[in-house]
Each structure stands twice: as structure tokens, then as C-alpha cells.
Design a protein around this ligand. Structure first.
Ligand code: FES
Length: 176
């Protein structure tokens, strides 16, 4: 799937211009792109190397060093289930199974429609609330199977509504 910055070279140019071509702006440029696209494609990394006039290996070095950057496509919504010890004993494995069933993907994967990415981590630092599932940065403590099912359903409904609104808007726009 093409992403905004892949398809619109001007967007990358604008972001890169903010950096005035400075090498030390590499991290902040990659952060901007990661925020916008949810991942860093090969094409984008090449574009960044060109714009900042630095070797591609250097760009890759930074992109692979920081965990915040993803070189794989990620969904618009990130679902993270904690499988650390405290959460494990409180039912995390059943929650992960439920999430696998609902999303039809394994941890580390993204749904084909690029809406969800499922991840697991070993501790989210909120053990007393276990089992914990974080969806788009929001912590859900004492998570249950029905609760995560409901939360995912809500996001799906929102996404469907958004798609419909965009579709209606596109239909209303006069063709040139
Ligand atoms: S083990 Fe799950 S939050 Fe610590």
C-alpha cells in the first residue's frame, strides 16, 4: 500500500526543508515521517538520504537503532497486549488468543486493511492493573475478552464511518 509520503514527494520535501538539509535533523525528520505514515518504507529512507545528502547506510543505522521506528507497515491502530509475568498469571494468554481471533493476525502482524497492528510486550509498568492491553496509547487495565472485543468493535465502526464520509466527500467533489 502506498503511503502519503511515498505518493507525494512534495510532502517529504516540505518536511526535509524544515531541517534545512542538516544531518543532525535526521532523527526528527524520521520521527515526523513515522508519525505520519506509521512506518518507514525503503523508498522513504532513500528519499531522506537524498534530501539530507547523507549515505543511505547512515539513515538505516538510525532507523534500525531506535525502537520507535518501524521498517514494517503498521496499522492505524496499535493494540499492545502485555504478556509479562503479572499479566500472564491474570489471564494475558487468553486475551492474546481473543485478540488473534478478532483481528485474524498473530502478534507482530498488521491486518491486510492496515487498520490494526497487534503487538505483545513483556511489561508495561502497570502490573497492578493486569492484565493490561494498550490501544492507541490508552491503557485498559483488568482487561477482559469481552472488553477488548468491544473496544476493537468500536474502532471498526469508527473506521467504517470515516471511510463512508471520505467516500461521500469524494463523490461530491466535481471531477476536473
Ligand atoms: S507484567 Fe503486565 S504490566 Fe507489568
Amino acid at each position: 500500500m502506498k503511503t502519503l509520503i511515498d505518493t507525494d514527494g512534495k510532502r517529504l520535501e516540505k518536511l526535509a526543508d524544515k531541517c534545512h538539509g542538516k544531518k543532525d535533523a535526521l532523527i526528527s525528520l524520521l520521527q515526523d515521517i513515522q508519525l505520519e505514515n506509521n512506518w518507514l518504507s525503503q523508498q522513504v529512507l532513500r528519499g531522506v538520504a537524498e534530501k539530507l545528502n547523507i549515505p543511505l547506510t547512515e539513515v538505516y543505522g538510525v532507523a534500525t537503532f531506535f525502537k520507535a521506528f518501524s521498517l514494517k507497515p503498521r496499522g492505524r491502530h496499535i493494540v499492545t497486549a502485555c504478556v509479562g509475568t503479572a499479566c500472564h498469571v491474570r489471564g494475558a494468554p487468553r486475551l492474546v488468543d481473543e485478540l488473534r481471533n478478532i483481528l485474524k493476525i498473530a502478534p507482530g502482524e498488521t491486518t491486510p486493511d492496515k487498520i490494526f497492528t497487534l503487538e505483545t510486550v513483556n511489561c508495561l509498568g502497570a502490573c497492578a492493573l493486569g492484565p493490561v492491553v494498550v490501544i492507541d496509547g490508552v491503557y485498559h487495565g483488568q482487561a477482559t475478552r469481552s472488553k477488548v472485543r468491544m473496544l476493537i468493535e468500536e474502532i471498526r465502526k469508527l473506521e467504517t464511518r470515516k471511510r463512508k464520509t471520505n467516500h461521500d466527500k469524494a463523490k461530491k467533489q466535481p471531477s476536473s
